[in-house]
Design a protein. Structure first.
Lengths: 312, 96, 95
């Protein structure tokens, strides 16, 4: 019975992937991709990766879908011209053969893995008591490999600056995107008033519970970013101009706090980002509290796009 | 096979039947709007029955509250979004 | 009980798959907008049943996230597919 379920999920994933590639209309392909992301969540749960399932549901399903559909809407005017530029059949067959051969190689590699597969999980489990967190993924991300997490946060801020660099010169420092509007008595405004409070509570709960159970700052920040974007999409609030001080401070605050904790570790425990004994949990909480607003801001602003409206 | 398990199985089976009904509606109804109706009404009820069936199986009050919260959020979200989809479809019909 | 939960999850998954195949083919974009909605209900039901079957309690958190983000994604798609006017206009003045 479980085999049937697993095969069913796998078949659905493959079918959705094929459909996304084959679909003619950009909008249809993006919807197929978002659906693919949501089914992938099921696959992660089946593989017992609940943290990854949380991230896939939040980013792969919701945010990436919204990002791509915004891009598709922008491209709608040029879609006819883009069709004329499509590559010929021989190139597509070569691409298909290349992808298929990579897939076959990957399948062989996975099937040829020694059983049990080489893993560091036992070492993590042996040393996790020192970090005072119960969730091994949080322990790896914020204690054993905190350097990677810090660099990822900085890379995200850089990516946002890259998106901002697409702004026309006269709009630099202005508000991203166009002003959304919706009937203030209508359904969209109602949803945008009722869902965000619930969403913020859920996001903060998932952030807090990430210490000992699946969750954490990244998934919580994604939910909060999605709720903020919902409010903006309904026209109840406008996107902030990117020159605002609080926005800049919020973006820089997370990575700076992380670096500060690392420097303190170098001073007090002998290595950058080392935690003194007994201080691990408070320091991890400080990092998470500082990074969550930054991540929420980065994700929301990346979806809003480059500034388009200059402020007077 | 306690009474709790029997109740759960009955509720979940009823939920699955409602999902089946919703999918049959999706396949057979002729129009976007009727399909939307089948999707939101029947599937939401199916989810509600599944949640009700899973409630006796949870270990703590918090888990039970979270299950109910899931159902309420889905109800709220899909009620609103089905209205939005219907209006978008209507506008497309008027423009086309 | 576990076998039953797995079976129920499989049944709901098959329903979602069949529904998706019909919706994604459907003429026009409005039908396809329903795909995310379908996953929001059927996918969450499958998720909850699967989580109860393998005994993971934190799957409910994944379902919470999925519920919120599916609603958000559907709204984003609807907004993007209605080009010019605000998609939430007052009831049309019908002849």
């Amino acid at each position: 019975m479980t085999l049937l379920l697993t095969v069913g999920i796998a078949a659905l994933i493959v079918a959705l992937a094929i459909w996304t590639i084959v679909a003619r209309d950009t909008m249809a392909a993006v919807i197929g991709f978002a659906t693919f992301g949501l089914i992938l969540t099921l696959a992660w749960v089946r593989l017992f990766g609940v943290d990854i399932a949380l991230t896939e549901a939040a980013i792969g399903g919701g945010l990436t879908g919204a990002l791509l559909i915004g891009a598709a809407a922008h491209l709608r005017k040029t879609e006819i011209a883009a069709h004329a530029d499509r590559v010929g059949m021989s190139t597509r067959i070569c691409a298909a053969l290349l992808s298929a051969s990579v897939t076959v190689v990957l399948v062989f590699c996975v099937l040829a893995l020694p059983d049990p597969a080489p893993t560091l999980a036992s070492q993590v489990a042996a040393n996790i008591a020192v970090t005072e967190v119960g969730n091994p993924i949080t322990a790896v991300l914020l204690a054993f490999r905190a350097m990677d997490t810090m660099l990822e946060a900085i890379v995200l801020v850089f990516a946002l600056i890259g998106v901002w660099s697409l702004a026309p010169d006269n709009a630099w420092g202005g508000r991203p995107g166009l002003r959304h509007s919706a009937d203030p008595n209508g359904i969209l405004a109602y949803l945008a008033r009722v869902l965000p409070p619930i969403g913020i509570i859920v996001g903060l709960y998932i952030f807090w519970v990430g210490a000992d159970h699946p969750g954490g700052k990244f998934q919580g920040a994604t939910i909060i970013a999605a709720m903020w974007l919902l409010v903006i999409m309904a026209g109840l609030a406008d996107a902030p101009p990117i020159s605002r001080k609080w926005l800049r401070i919020g973006l820089a605050g997370g990575p700076l706090a992380f670096i500060a904790v690392g420097a303190y570790g170098a001073f007090a425990a002998g290595a950058f980002l080392a935690y003194p004994v007994g201080f691990a949990k408070p320091l991890i909480i400080v990092i998470e509290l500082a990074l969550m607003p930054t991540l929420a801001l980065v994700l929301a602003l990346m979806l809003l796009g480059a500034p388009q409206r200059a402020i007077k | 096979m306690s009474a709790r398990d029997i109740f759960s199985m009955a509720a979940i089976a009823a939920g699955a039947i409602f999902f089946l009904a919703g999918t049959v509606g999706l396949l057979r109804f002729p129009d976007t709007f009727t399909r939307l109706h089948a999707l939101t009404k029947s599937d939401n009820l199916g989810l509600g029955l599944v949640v009700m069936g899973l409630l006796p199986q949870v270990d703590s009050v918090l888990a039970g509250l979270k299950l109910i919260a899931v159902w309420l959020i889905v109800l709220l979200g899909s009620a609103g979004t089905s209205q939005l989809i219907a209006r978008a479809a209507r506008k497309r019909d008027l423009d086309a | 009980m576990t076998e039953f939960l797995f079976g129920a999850a499989t049944v709901v998954l098959i329903m979602v798959a069949v529904g998706l195949m019909r919706i994604l083919r459907g003429p026009g974009d409005a039908d396809r907008l329903m795909a995310v909605n379908l996953l929001g209900t059927g996918g969450i039901a499958t998720l909850l049943l699967l989580g109860a079957a393998v005994g993971i309690d934190s799957v409910v958190d994944v379902a919470l996230t999925l519920a919120l983000l599916a609603a958000f994604a559907t709204i984003a798609f609807v907004k993007a597919s209605t080009p010019s006017s605000p998609d939430d206009s007052k009831p049309e003045q019908q002849p």
